[in-house]
Design a binder for this molecule. Sequence first.
Ligand SMILES: Nc1ncnc2c1ncn2[C@@H]1O[C@H](COP(=O)(O)OP(=O)(O)OP(=O)(O)O)[C@@H](O)[C@H]1O
Length: 364
Amino acid sequence: MGIDFRQVGFRYAAGQDGQAAGVADIDLAVDDGELLALIGPSGSGKSTLLKLLAGFFDPHAGQILVDGQDVAGLAPERRRLGMVFQNYALFPHMSVAQNTAYPLKVRGIGRAERLAAADAMLARVGLAGMGGRAPASLSGGQQQRVALARALVFEPRALLLDEPLSALDAGLRVAMRDEIRRVQREAGIATIHVTHDQEEALSIADRVAVLRDGRLEQVGPPQAIYDRPCSRFVAGFVGQANFIDGVLRDGGVVETPLGALRHAGIAAPGLVLADGAAVTVLVRPERVEPAATGATGHPNLLPGTLGEDRFLGAVRRYDFRVAGGLLRVESRHRDTPDAVAIPPEAIRLLPPAAEASTEGRPPT
Ligand SMILES: Nc1ncnc2c1ncn2[C@@H]1O[C@H](COP(=O)(O)OP(=O)(O)OP(=O)(O)O)[C@@H](O)[C@H]1O
């Protein structure tokens, strides 16, 4: 059954500037076993949504259901939700096993039973035999595993992860995110994972929800969010992007400052592909192909010169100056091209910039 936000809205009291922030019109269901990554700029409402779910405050509009039960008015500790936050906050005077067993103690489970459950859960997060240690003797990654074990030990109905990996260094983050994924799958519970790391979101989530100014801008599988963003905002928020303003013309062409580009008609939902319509052309840098002047078979061949060039190991990322603008290119090829090609099927047509900036209005 999982988690179900239905038309949820919440507004904080207006601040000194008179602006009231919060979230509005949130419709979002997360199934059992599903991991949903919640991403969005700072202040977009991610923590607010988690706090509403956790029961720190109640929505002003709509309903939140957990396993089909409306949790309105239910105190946080009675919602049976596992939570892991950035600052893992283990009790320093308790052992790892006592920390892990703590939620069971609170629930009145006997000592032997809760320590056995804690041991089993510690084994699941890769900390078998470490129950007797003090939290301070563990690495940051190990402490976070304890926090995860503690969040899951009482068989919660859902799991809330708020930036659980942000205090860890890059290598450990990658290992831990796969670990979280594995443990969450085994537990089979609905999980919402708030992260600032878009790669982390794309790599472990079943679906990604993008928040903007308190509203959901797009929800979908990671590939759909990346390959078929609904707006310039989403496209720019996940991954690198070339945005080119254009005007559609009949016959599968869009006029741009770079010239007339042939496209394959792949457009954001709801965008009307009429002659004369203003659009944004999106091309991901890895879809721009290095080519040679005069090469045949490329409908959108753009001669130009190399700009800033960054070697990143497996790939090279460079700016390529063409008549009318600059294209960002990412390629495995080491040669410096004197032209690039944009395959028509690499072009996504999105709403124009002006229209995009009025989307996601603050909640009213
Ligand atoms: N206690 C509060 N009182 C008033 N406004 C608040 C309060 N908490 C958050 N806000 C405002 O609500 C909006 C959403 O905040 P929230 O913390 O949910 O964003 P976020 O997406 O989690 O941001 P971050 O990524 O920085 O953690 C912001 O405009 C924020 O300033």
